[in-house]
Design a protein around this ligand. Structure first.
Ligand code: 5PN
Ligand code: ZN
Ligand code: ZN
Length: 270
């Protein structure tokens, strides 16, 4: 590949609903909170990376219809990539922050890519706690682990030809120049957040589910569905410290108000 400045595109993956007591643990208030899911495409001199792959509409309708997914065809990963003149086969690396269904639902499009994640996360997804089963309900990203858990995947032509190659990591890692993964465990066992350095602006720090929204950060209130509340809070504090140390801008995983201010579609960060 020829040298180019790194570009970041945010790929809109639609929205879901959770209860206020899940969005703001032990605080609420109760009531529907609709939030966005999105993927991050990084065009880098060393390859094309996608950080998280959103949710699969059919999976959510089958397993968690109460989360009321709204996702049109243009909000699938093939739809979002097509807007940029790209196909799934153009992606070299998939990075998963963690393996909850709303972050790995589109992995199955990327059979040609190398899949990066924390070693502990891959282990946890194949051997999770009983209260984590809903979070780790979409095992299509790793058909062999699904089989190990005794989960039968619904028929899907995409999966017939899908044998993902995983590369697991531990600790903080610079996976490519200016592309850094930071361990932020607690929400799950092996959760990573991602910092991207760019030429023309402050670094972008993608919290993923270590912090759902700005309001969670401002209130130091964790969201629900966590493995370890104490570790979750420590990771939120770590993200705040990292943002200060690197003068980075925080990008939250599930924040409708913030997402409305993010660049999407053909617009990008560089
Ligand atoms: C959006 C959402 N809904 C349910 C769960 C869950 O059970 O674990 C993680 C999660 C979610 O991110
Ligand atoms: Zn999650
Ligand atoms: Zn999530």
């Amino acid at each position: 590949r020829f040298m180019t400045d790194t570009k970041v595109h945010l790929l809109d993956g639609g929205t879901l609903v959770i209860d206020g007591f899940h969005a703001f643990w032990n605080r609420g208030p109760a009531g529907e909170v609709r939030f966005p899911c999105y993927s991050v495409l990084i065009e880098h001199a060393e390859g094309r990376y996608i950080f998280d792959t959103g949710y699969d509409f059919d999976h959510v309708m089958r397993v968690l219809p109460f989360e009321k997914p709204i996702q049109d065809k243009s909000q699938t990963l093939p739809g979002q990539l097509a807007k940029l003149g790209l196909k799934a086969g153009d992606i070299n690396y998939v990075i998963n922050s963690h393996y909850h269904f709303d972050h790995c639902g589109g992995n199955k499009y990327f059979g040609a890519a190398c899949t990066l994640c924390h070693a502990k996360e891959l282990e946890a997804s194949g051997n999770c706690q009983p209260f984590e089963h809903l979070g780790y309900s979409d095992m299509s990203f790793a058909p062999s682990l699904a089989a190990k858990r005794g989960l039968k995947l619904p028929p899907d032509p995409l999966l017939d030809m899908y044998t993902p190659k995983f590369e697991t990591l531990t600790g903080d890692q610079e996976i490519a120049k200016g592309l850094r993964l930071f361990e932020t465990p607690g929400h799950t066992a092996g959760h990573y957040s991602l910092m991207v350095e760019l030429k023309n602006r402050r670094p972008m720090l993608f919290t993923a589910d270590a912090c759902y929204s700005k309001k969670n950060m401002d209130m130091m209130c964790i969201s629900s569905f966590h493995l370890d509340p104490t570790a979750s809070l420590a990771s939120m504090k770590r993200l705040k410290a990292l943002a200060e140390q690197h003068d980075a801008e925080l990008f939250y995983s599930h924040d409708l108000e913030s997402f409305a201010t993010y660049r999407t579609g053909a617009d990008f960060y560089s």
